[in-house]
Design a protein around this ligand. Sequence first.
Ligand SMILES: *Cc1c(COP(=O)(O)O)cnc(C)c1O
Length: 419
Amino acid sequence: MTGSNEFGLPREGLPAEEVFERMEAARADDVDWRDGRVGLYVHSGGDDVLAVAREAYSRFFSENALGPTAFPSLARFERDVIAWTGDLLRAEHPAGNITSGGTESILLAMKSIRDWARAAGRGGDRPEVLAPYSAHPAFSKAADLLGMQVTRTPLGSGYAADVGAMDAAVTPRTVAIVGSAPGFPHGIVDPLPEIALVAGRHSLWMHVDGCVGGFILPFAERAQYPVTPFDFRLDAVRSISADLHKYGFAAKGASTIVYRDAESHAYQPYHFDQWPRGHYTAPTIAGTRPGGAVAAAWAVMRYLGVDGYVRIAKTIYAARDAMMAGIRSHPELQILGEPQGPIVTFAAPDLDIFAVAEALTDRGWFVTRGAEPPCIHLGMLTALHVPVVDRYLDDLDAAMAEVRDGRRARDTGPVTYGG
Ligand SMILES: *Cc1c(COP(=O)(O)O)cnc(C)c1O
């Protein structure tokens, strides 16, 4: 029997109005990201950009990107987005797909690496991928699902990958090597040109995790900010993950996995025909794929163009630089490494940085923490944060005063991301 106990779906539906009332009530405790007091989970390139994404998403709300023959519009949007992204990332003949997010893009890169290694008779039963300690958990998640192994190598100076350690860690089972542009924990771009040399020397597939940087570093570069070469300009790089739903400012459920060429991309799709319905091919992990997410990505990219992205990148970097100057005005605080992207973290070697985090939380900020070393993680700076930089720095001054004067107890709360 269903619907007969209090946990079942009620038999009678509700008027739409009441449904929405209940949903609004349910979100009462959600953080209000619109005021810029949250550094994580929500991206915005501005209200106009959100409006374009929302409109495009609803126009293609019901369409399914699993069916390119039924919906050539979506197939074209996807081709364009991959071609545009590949061009931004300096590939001459890019191939790839729009995926549901960075995690899926990384999973697909790992699947391609595995099947490429298999075809070449390399890597044995459990092909190994080397990644810096700071690489996203998605690589380990993918390895777990795909019967591969990720070996994490220590970080070197400035919280960047230690290339010597990576070189020394190569074994006969190693088939690929990863670097981040930038990594999430400290916002540091790994020494990718040097990692590429290691990849070249050992004939490894190199993947760059540009989930954060893929849609902002190319524009920061155009705005004359210093950026380590991170893209297909490096010969060894065969795939890059870049999230549309982060600095692409598209709707959620959109990332890209881009390959240097069609040959590398060919290892990605899943083919199957041992069932009564004929030949099945899925380019990505999902079967049904939301047309809205594909349409919104196309619309936002076409709406902004290179100039629009450069304009937004400049505002974000200006806010970042103001934040960094404010943090540096406190001699007790230390920015970790040299961030080239929009993620900044800072520690306080002689103070309790988590007590500072608490004091900021009490002032209405949604503060995220890093674990090693204990630090405050500003999240991912976006256009939402531009108007609140001064307020944040004033509150940081007040928080520092409280902690310095011992008006705050030690804080040893857990450090989490997701879950
Ligand atoms: C966000 C992120 C990912 C994972 O992307 P999701 O869209 O959250 O799945 C991967 N790598 C880096 C560096 C990230 O910041």
